[in-house]
Ligand binder design. Structure first.
Ligand SMILES: C[S@@+](CC[C@H](N)C(=O)[O-])C[C@H]1O[C@@H](n2cnc3c(N)ncnc32)[C@H](O)[C@@H]1O
Length: 269
C-alpha cells in the first residue's frame, strides 16, 4: 500500500491553496472563463471518443472521472451521461468541485486513497482519466489504475486514459510523474480479457500525449480475437488538445512554456 505522501498529496494541496483553478491547470493566472471553456471543449473531445469506440449509449451510462479535480470535465459529462462518479485523492479539491458543479444533480464526488477505485467490479460503462497519471511518481500506482479501471468496467465497457509519452526518469520536478512504456501497459492488459482499440495521438500537441482506449470484452460485444497488446499500428492521429484553446488568453502562457522542439517520445522504448 503506497502512502498518500508518496502520491504528492501535499503538492496538490499547496497548488490548490494558491488557487483552485491553479490546482488543476498549474496556471495561477487562468481566468474562470478560460477554465470553464477549456473544460467544456476538452470534455467534448472525450465524449466523441466514447461515442466512436464505446458500446453503451451515453445517456444510459455511468462514467468515472478519475482524478477529477474541480470537475471541469465532470460537469460537461453530466449533461450527456446518466451519471458521473468523480474521484480524487484530494478532499479539499473535491469540496471545491462540489461547489463548481453545484448545478448538476447527477455527479457523485468520492475521495479515494490515491491508488484504488472504491467501486464494485463490473459496475460502470466508462472509465476516464485525463491529466492525472503523468503526475504520479509511483509506477505501480499508475499500472494499478489501469487494473482498477478494467476491474470496475462492465463487460463491453470502455477505458480512456490520457498519458504523457515523453517522460524520462532523469526529468525532475514536482509535477512530473514516472515514465511509462508500452511494455509496462502490455503486461497489465495481458491479465484481462480486453482489447486495445486505439492510441490516439495529437500530432500538433507540443507535449506528446496518448489517449489509451481499451475495451473490456464480453460475449455480447465480441471484440476481435487479437491479443490486447498496444502496438504502433493502433495509432490514430487526430486533434485531441489542439483546436480547443488557442483562442483563449491562457493559451499564450502555455505556448511560451512549451516552445521549442517537441519532446522525444519514450513510450515505445
Ligand atoms: C492536473 S489535475 C486534472 C484534473 C482533471 N482531470 C481535469 O482535467 O480538470 C490532477 C488531479 O489529479 C488528482 N490526483 C493526483 N494524484 C492522484 C492520485 N494518485 N489519485 C487520484 N487523484 C489524483 C489531483 O488531486 C488533481 O485534482
Amino acid at each position: 500500500m503506497v502512502g498518500k505522501e508518496a502520491l504528492n498529496t501535499q503538492y496538490w494541496q499547496e497548488l490548490q491553496d494558491k488557487s483552485a483553478l491553479a490546482g488543476i491547470t498549474l496556471d495561477s493566472s487562468i481566468s474562470p472563463a478560460d477554465f470553464r471553456i477549456y473544460g467544456d471543449r476538452l470534455a467534448q473531445r472525450q465524449i466523441e471518443m466514447f461515442q466512436r469506440y464505446g458500446q453503451y449509449p451515453l445517456s444510459q451510462s455511468t462514467v468515472i472521472d478519475l482524478g477529477c479535480g474541480l470537475g471541469r470535465v465532470s460537469l460537461p459529462f453530466s449533461r450527456v451521461f446518466a451519471s458521473v462518479t468523480a474521484i480524487d485523492i484530494n478532499r479539499r479539491i473535491l469540496d471545491a468541485g462540489r461547489t463548481y458543479c453545484a448545478d448538476a444533480t447527477n455527479i457523485v464526488f468520492i475521495e479515494n486513497d490515491g491508488a484504488t477505485i472504491p467501486l464494485p467490479s463490473s459496475s460502470v460503462e466508462y472509465c476516464y482519466c485525463g491529466g492525472v497519471l503523468q503526475h504520479i511518481k509511483v509506477l505501480s500506482v499508475i499500472l494499478d489504475y489501469f487494473r482498477e479501471g478494467l476491474r470496475i468496467l462492465k463487460p463491453g465497457g470502455l477505458l480512456n486514459y490520457s498519458i504523457q509519452t515523453w517522460m524520462d526518469d532523469i526529468v525532475s520536478g514536482n509535477n512530473i510523474g514516472k515514465r511509462i512504456t508500452a511494455n509496462d501497459l502490455n503486461k497489465v492488459l495481458s491479465e484481462f480479457d480486453c482489447e486495445a482499440l486505439a492510441l490516439i495521438e495529437d500530432p500538433k500537441d507540443p507535449v506528446p500525449h496518448l489517449n489509451v482506449v481499451i475495451l473490456k470484452k464480453s460475449d455480447e460485444f465480441l471484440a476481435s480475437t487479437v491479443q490486447a497488446q498496444l502496438r504502433d499500428t493502433l495509432l490514430v492521429r487526430q486533434d485531441v488538445r489542439t483546436g480547443i484553446w488557442e483562442d483563449l488568453p491562457s493559451y499564450q502562457k502555455f505556448a511560451r512554456l512549451w516552445a521549442g522542439p517537441r519532446k522525444n517520445v519514450t513510450f515505445w522504448s
